[in-house]
Design a protein around this ligand. Structure first.
Ligand code: C2E
Ligand code: CA
Ligand code: CA
Length: 485
């Protein structure tokens, strides 16, 4: 009997121990499971939800809102100037910025809101049961302000901004992927307008949809020769001579008629078709320069080159190929690059511009004054001309602060030793005023609209009768880099 009791006690102890180790094992399993979950559902850098968890949460939030008849806001957020920070300060600094931004987002949103980092510098938030649109806007504004506070990094400060796109359930979509897409589109609109945040807009979406369709038709349009160039005269304010033309692309669409470049270039820039388009415009422009040359008109043509086309390190070689093909000398080609494109990828831009420069092709900086480039940086670039953005020219005869800006841009151009062009001159008084300010060249409806090439000789006769149309030596248009007109 005693023996039996002893055996039972021993068995009980053993069972106890087994039970304990099972519990331990289970606990460990739960911990591992949690760690795994953490890894697969959360962003390791910031600890916010990752894309997978975000989609899951959004699906649940939508189901809940539908059941309770409540509203829901989805915010897509993308940092401004983050790429610059990564490129100039390195990835560690970039990571630090992302962490700080995440902390600020957590501090600004409520605990019931879901915050996620989708990757890169993209963040997203779900705001359930949003009471009012005003409330959502107020939060977006608060986020923008919080993120804009300079971030301390190793004793110095960096500035980032954020662009926020807002889409609402049920107004802007009934499922997570539609809301996601629409918040994304609104975010691009916020970036485009530089407005901090933007609400998704159905009407605008129609337009975007059309633009998207255009982009997909563009390749065929190029093959079918539906793209043509118009040429806008550029004159010297000092002599009145015609010194060149800017080529502006036009799409003669078989169904929609004349489509302006603003409707298809931005969409084309998002795909590889922009490369084909850039080369096609350069080719068409050079062919026309050849035609004019044979008529005794030696006229440089300026072609707009998209930022995306500049990614291509082979572009300079292909441009040389086209110059040889049409037998045009390099000084008759000018490439226009926007100021903001210059700031995108500094090292790469410098390399590609140097190549063009060594080939003898001149570079003109378009939309100047809107891109925040610094004098120190510009000085390093082999540029030959800057074109003051029309927004500074439109009210030049009445707006004193525009006068001050234009005066300092002209002064800056002098210091850099480059030619300065005023773009968007619409009236005689504006032209006279800019001449007085010492601006070199001018372009605008007030001088000549963009026109098909065959109309140019008549324009020259009408507007410049008696004056030579090619650049005289005083213009220095064919001089070496750095000599102003
Ligand atoms: P942009 O390079 O700044 O070109 C000047 C734009 O201003 C042209 O519009 C021109 O028609 C317009 N403009 C000229 N004078 C005046 C004026 O006095 N007043 C006003 N209000 N506007 C004036 P467009 O032809 O619609 O071109 C718009 C933009 O599309 C261009 O801006 C350029 O960024 C882009 N673009 C045009 N052609 C090409 C091209 O062949 N390739 C690329 N990548 N972009 C192009
Ligand atoms: Ca231009
Ligand atoms: Ca421009």
């Amino acid at each position: 009997m005693r023996a039996a009791r002893a055996t039972i006690a021993a068995l009980e102890t053993e069972l106890d121990e087994t039970y304990r180790s099972v519990t331990e094992l289970t606990n460990e399993l739960v911990r591992t499971q949690e760690e795994l979950e953490q890894l697969s559902l959360y962003d390791p850098l910031t600890g916010l939800s990752n894309r997978a968890l975000f989609h899951d949460r959004l699906d649940r939030a939508i189901a809940l809102s539908r059941r309770n008849n409540t509203r829901l806001a989805v915010l897509m957020m993308d940092l401004d100037r983050f790429k610059e920070i990564n490129d100039t300060l390195g990835h560690d600094a970039g990571d630090e910025v992302l962490k700080k931004v995440a902390e600020r987002l957590v501090g600004t949103c409520r605990e019931s809101d879901t915050l996620a980092r989708l990757g890169g510098d993209e963040f997203m938030a779900i705001l359930p049961t949003t009471a009012s649109l005003e409330g959502t806007f107020a939060l977006a504004e608060k986020i923008a302000h919080t993120v804009e506070v300079p971030i301390a990094l190793d004793g110095s400060f960096v500035d980032v901004g954020i662009s926020i796109g807002i889409a609402l359930f049920p107004e802007h979509g009934a499922d997570s992927s539609t809301l996601f897409r629409h918040a994304d589109q609104a975010m691009y609109e916020a970036k485009r307008l530089n407005s901090g945040y933007a609400l998704y807009n159905l009407a605008r979406d129609d337009q975007m949809h059309r633009r998207f369709l255009y982009a997909s038709e563009l390749r065929e349009a190029l093959e079918r020769d539906q793209l043509k160039l118009e040429y806008q005269p550029k004159i010297s304010l000092k002599t009145g001579h015609l010194v060149g033309v800017e080529a502006l692309v036009r799409w003669h669409h078989p169904v929609h008629g004349l489509v302006p470049p603003g409707d298809f270039i931005p969409a084309a820039e998002r795909t590889a078709v922009i490369k084909t388009l850039t080369e096609a415009t350069i080719s068409m422009g050079l062919e026309q320069v050849g035609v004019w040359s044979r008529q005794g008109l030696s006229l440089p043509v300026a072609i707009n080159v998209s930022p995306r086309a500049l990614h291509d390190l082979e572009l300079p070689e292909r441009v040389i190929g086209l110059l040889e093909h049409w037998q045009i000398s390099t000084e008759l080609l000018v490439l226009e690059i926007t100021e903001s494109a210059l700031m995108l990828n500094l090292d790469h831009i410098l390399e590609i511009l140097n190549r063009f420069h060594s080939m003898g092709i001149r570079i003109s900086v378009d939309d100047f004054g809107t891109g925040f480039s610094s004098f120190a940086y510009l000085k390093k670039l082999p540029i030959h001309e800057i074109k003051i953005d029309p927004s500074f020219i439109a009210n030049i005869t009445t707006n004193m602060s525009d006068v001050a800006i234009v005066q300092s841009l002209i002064y800056l151009a002098e210091r850099l030793g480059v030619t300065v062009v005023a773009e968007g001159i619409e009236s005689g008084p504006a032209r006279d005023f800019l001449t007085e300010l010492g601006c070199d060249l001018a372009q605008g409806y007030g001088i000549g609209h963009p026109m098909p090439a065959p109309k140019l000789p008549a324009w020259i006769n009408r507007h410049l009768s008696g004056r030579p149309v090619t650049a005289g030596p005083a213009e220095s248009m064919f001089g070496p880099f750095g000599q102003g007109a």
